[in-house]
Design a protein around this ligand. Structure first.
Ligand code: UDP
Length: 329
């Protein structure tokens, strides 16, 4: 049998580029589509790269029909929660409308397996922690709503058509490839760990802590940081399940361990051996106090077993990448 070919949208981005490498290492044939609005061409370490936009139906149609694509892994979306509040149309146009166009183009080309980058943002302020998949969905931002709307569309499509999907709800993706080849590069950067490491590397003077009066032991927000390579491993397992005839599903992806902003900064100081000055800042709109995953479902259904589940390891890998990256700037 020919090697299955997998289309990765947004494969030049942070998680997408790690996914390209994971699939190539697992022996898949990969084609990346990216418009390079947020990604980097040099982050795509192999396979075929095609520059283009998922909103271009003819273009996606050509990519799918000129190859023998068996499944699509869809990362191409905007990710800034705050920006989604100030510019919701940008988020609904890309994360929702363009995703729907992609899904319809896939169906018309007979490509019926889809893996979707969803988010813990679909839950909103949790009623229980750790959060199970059946927890009520009340997203706090257009970003979270766009992800939840796509998940609901996927459920409807699964019921109506022979179209299978796995939605993966990421908690806080973090870390970098252990080889040092790939890492997190966002412009602008809004995520805690890269911003903290920017300070450790001398590229920024201090890091702001958004809110110290939350109902948590040290008053700062608690998050579940999950290594990007472990996330990609879960996508690989989901892909193998769909290609093997498995059912549609939605899974949380997190380690089940919560760390406060202060604990992340203290760990980064220990790992880097540098002092990280902090500035107290007001709460950031839309930030729940605690987001921690119950990921027992994906562990049971796909035998997912995170390999790099220690915060120290996640930060060590991110630090190796950050040192290289900031010295090259
Ligand atoms: N955060 C912070 N300072 C920053 C960036 C983030 O205090 O410069 C906090 C943020 O309020 C949240 C946590 O760090 O509580 C993780 O934020 P991040 O943006 O990394 O991920 P999110 O949880 O929004 O997906």
């Amino acid at each position: 049998m020919a090697t299955p070919q997998i289309l990765i949208t947004g494969g030049a981005g942070y998680i997408g580029s790690h996914m390209v490498k994971t699939l190539l290492d697992a022996g898949f044939d990969v084609v990346t589509v990216d418009n390079l609005s947020g990604g980097f061409r040099d982050a795509v370490t192999g396979g075929e790269f095609v520059h283009g936009d998922i909103s271009d139906v003819q273009f996606i149609n050509d990519v799918l029909t000129q190859r023998r694509v068996s499944a699509v892994i869809h990362f191409a979306s905007f990710i800034e929660v705050g920006e989604s509040v100030t510019d919701p149309s940008k988020y609904y146009c890309n994360n929702l409308t363009n995703t729907l166009l992609l899904l319809d183009t896939m169906r018309s080309c007979g490509v019926n397996n889809f893996i979707f980058s969803s988010s813990a943002a679909v839950y909103g302020e949790p009623e229980t922690v750790p959060i199970p998949e059946f927890h009520r969905k009340l997203p706090l931002s257009p970003y979270g709503r766009s992800k939840w709307m796509v998940e609901q569309i996927l459920s409807d499509m699964n019921r109506a058509y022979d179209f299978k999907s796995v939605s993966l709800r990421y908690f806080n993706a973090a870390g970098a490839h252990p080889s040092g080849l790939l890492g997190e590069r966002h412009e602008p950067e809004t995520h805690l760990i890269p911003l903290v490491l920017r300070v450790a590397s001398g590229a920024a003077p201090d890091v702001k802590v958004f809110g110290n009066d939350y109902d948590t032991p040290d008053g700062t927000c608690i998050r579940d940081y999950v290594h990007v390579v472990d996330l990609c491993q879960a996508h690989l397992l989901a892909l193998e399940s769909l290609l093997g005839g498995g059912d549609s599903a939605a899974f949380n992806l997190g380690n089940g361990n919560g760390f406060s902003v202060q604990e992340v900064i203290a760990t980064a100081e220990r790992v880097t051996g540098r002092t990280i000055p902090v500035i107290a800042a007001p709460r950031r709109a839309g930030d729940p106090a605690r987001l921690v995953a119950d990921s027992s479902l994906v562990r049971a259904c796909l035998a997912w077993q995170p390999r790099y589940d220690r915060l120290d390891t996640i930060i060590e890998h991110a630090w190796s990448w950050a040192q290289k990256f900031h010295s090259a700037c």
